[in-house]
Design a protein around this ligand. Structure first.
Ligand SMILES: Nc1ncnc2c1ncn2[C@@H]1O[C@H](COP(=O)(O)OP(=O)(O)OP(=O)(O)O)[C@@H](O)[C@H]1O
Ligand SMILES: [Mg+2]
Length: 228
């Protein structure tokens, strides 16, 4: 685990400490919803719609750090497709499996991430204008959590990308852009799920972002294969 790029001594210690925690405490910290903690690929039915995705994700997980300190060269995955086909379940199984192997994993929804970033902005204003010490403390706690998501975690899972797009501020959007680029540079993959067609959610980012996501993620579709 400690072969990962660009980690400070503090981050290495943090990774080792979390890996030694009792399983429930560790998984709680990943942010993976509790209902997924005991799920494995054995629970993941082999449906025709997701067979390719399932096989690819098993291989992806098995080879997560195969002698490459830049996990898969920093390439994550984007699971896209219609609702209810097990994208979140699949991403969560990858997260639980890697966490159980000692990797540092974080799971958030896109809306949750955006809320946190927006909240930081508000807290910063409150501190700057009114020297509100409580705001400053909350900011520091959030800042630690954000740093782990942006940099330290071996895998960051962002669930439900695209659903946030009506409320996200420009500030939050820029933050998402820099999040995925920064992690890719560090060789730390981002995994995403979405049921919004990429053409519909990427437009609000940029064309550069769209091609960047396709370059930095393996894209797997969960699709109805009826008609194929
Ligand atoms: N292949 C599967 N095997 C077993 N359970 C599955 C499978 N696919 C989906 N499920 C179950 O169906 C439900 C919906 O799955 P999930 O939430 O992962 O779908 P999703 O693709 O993320 O949907 P959305 O696009 O709405 O977020 C969950 O209860 C999940 O456990
Ligand atoms: Mg989902």
């Amino acid at each position: 685990m400690d072969e990962s790029y660009n980690l400070t001594d503090y981050e290495r210690a943090l990774i080792r400490a979390e890996a030694r925690w009792p399983r429930a405490k560790r998984l709680e910290h990943t942010g993976i919803p509790r209902r997924f903690w005991d799920k494995t690929w054995d629970d993941y039915e082999k449906l025709p719609e997701t067979a390719r995705m399932r096989a690819a994700l098993i291989a992806y997980t098995d080879g997560f750090m195969d002698s490459d300190p830049r996990m898969h060269g920093g390439r994550g995955f984007l699971l896209q497709g219609v609702p209810g086909l097990g994208k979140t379940l699949a991403a969560a199984i990858v997260g639980v499996t890697l966490s159980d192997q000692g990797f540092l994993v974080r799971f958030t929804t896109m809306a949750g991430y955006m809320d946190l970033v927006t909240r930081q902005f508000t807290l910063q204003q409150s501190w700057a204008k009114y020297e509100n010490i409580d705001a400053h403390e909350e900011w520091m706690t959030n800042d630690d959590a954000l740093r782990v998501m942006r940099k330290t975690a071996h895998l960051l899972i962002i669930d439900d990308v695209g659903k946030e797009h009506h409320t996200a501020s420009k500030f939050a959007v820029d933050s998402f852009d820099s999040l995925v680029r920064h992690r890719y540079d560090l060789g730390r993959p981002v995994a995403m799920t979405t049921n919004v067609a990429p053409d519909d959610w990427l437009f609000k980012y940029s064309e550069a972002m769209e091609s960047f996501i396709k370059e930095s993620c393996y894209v797997y579709e969960a699709e109805n294969t009826d008609g194929d």
